[in-house]
Write a protein that binds this ligand. Sequence first.
Ligand code: WTA
Length: 636
Amino acid sequence: MLPKINTLSGYLYEYQKSVANPEAFWENIAENFYWHKKWDKVLEWDRDGHNVQWFVNGKLNITENIFEKNLFILGDKPAIIWEPNNPDEPTVTLTYKQLHEKVCQFANVLLQNGVKKGDRVCIYLPMVPEAAIAMLACARVGAIHSVVFAGFSASSLADRINDAEVKIVLTSDGNFRGAKSIPVKAVVDEALESCPLVEKVIVLKRTSIEVTMKPGRDIWWHDAIRGVSTENKAQEMDSEDMLFILYTSGSTGKPKGVVHTTGGYMVYTAYSFANVFQYNINDIYFCTADVGWITGHSYIVYGPLLNGATAVMFEGVPNHPGVDRFWQIIEKHKVTHFYTAPTAIRSLMGYGTEPIERHNLSSLKVLGSVGEPINEEAWHWYHTHVGKGNCPIVDTWWQTETGGIMISPIAGVTPTKPAYATLPLPGVQVIIVDNEGNELKGNNVEGNLCIKFPWPSMIRTTYGDHERCVNTYFSSFKGLYFTGDGVKRDADGYYRILGRVDDVINVSGHRLGTAEVENAINSHPLVIESAVVGFPHEVKGQGIYAYVVLDAASKNHDPEKIKASLLAAATKVIGPIAKPDKIQLVTGLPKTRSGKIMRRILRKIAEGDATSLGDTSTLLDPGVVKEIIEGALVPV
Ligand code: WTA
């Protein structure tokens, strides 16, 4: 269906074309979709204000490009194969026809509950087919979905609901994850105490735990859909109408609502999925991400379904009921494409190869990695033991803000190199700059990773605050989109991502702003201030190291109890992913004379390297550093 690159020279040719004339390149791809009305102009771009529009005045509905366009041929093909947490529970398969009916039916439910084009709908659901149905139903009626990862706390959820002025929330009673059953509705109830605009909550029954249903506000999903028509005419959308908001962490304390729009996101996610994975129509694709993150949006839901792919969606965790759960799913569904995160690979490596050898993984053709740099050891293990040396690994670098994969091998086409994301996809114009913004040309250079020309699925704005978007992404280096990542271009011109250069840490592939974690810790009554940095962690990639200064009143408390309550505070304010791995109680933080915390020093100490602390002469109190080194929770 979509044009696919199948040789290295083909890649080079397409890449050249995409740089020489990006508009013509993307127009050619966009022609493959179903538009009510085609665009007047491919790209409108005001570089300084970051106002970018793709396929200007084009009219479409993204769900028609998943369903109506394909149903005739693909109607009976499985769209989603859902694998429950408990392997003894039956798998649910939804064909394109069945998924279409469920999406249309739920679209009608949204309309009946007063949802109109442009309204924001919050989806706080576990990994069940209804999460995808809910997203697509929003897109069907033109509502903007804001999916919040169901592991976030009530207060994080409330912040996201209020920022987007959401009026309807879709959730479940509970959530099965491994051996645990997690109350979900109770979290929503707590969040909604501070969300006055929410009028309706639709609750899916999943775990059957007891929940309180607020009369007039809360409705059961099964009651809401009963007797509702499975036919729905899609709302016509403009290319630049918002498709969704997805909150992500940045260097400041407040998560940003990254906005993606309809036309460009559709074209880019579909094109990148088809090409990076080299998906063929009978393949079975399994991405282990959660729909609460961008990977779930672009490469479980939109990208695969726009290509008529069959996607496996998994509710559970890799180590339940056994550490061979992924391998068992691959065998059971004859998965051909497996896309996961380095943190999962590293944790499974710890159990050796025996759990893999118990299963027949011969269906596998392509392996993918996403979310954080993959270290060479994990790359080799993945390649040798999971892929038996026969499957190319696509190490895909991208971000919530980029909407789709940006730098990655094309499976079977680009020669791979362990730990390298290799080369940019067509349309992606990478530039490396030093801290002053000077371009670092040629090979063997290292610096800040920027993109110099728009691509269709790039961030349009941060919800409700365009200036913040411009300041965060387009102001560090004039005229360039700054990713926040450091990168190296080696002698072959291949790219290796070096990790974040800002105050964002990547814990098990989850982005966290250090300021957010500090805010959570500082909410504890005994805390005066804190500083949070990342440190290398064998399984998680980065762990969270918190330096905490306590109030004098803390003398009357057991320090271990205080640490435990700090962990509880991080869980309560953000969620379990924000729990520090190490907490060091200190009497002060290293600060400059102007009061700025010298994070560079704290980062070095957390890494176990006190030999190269750099210039500490500007410190207000150099004695603090000595004390911190002596009490460090790592050998320094
Ligand atoms: C990191 C996830 C190295 C990077 C899709 C980026 C990676 C951040 C890779 C975005 C990769 C993602 N190699 N680092 N293949 N993929 N990252 O928004 O630091 O959750 O800026 O999007 O993850 O995280 P986000």
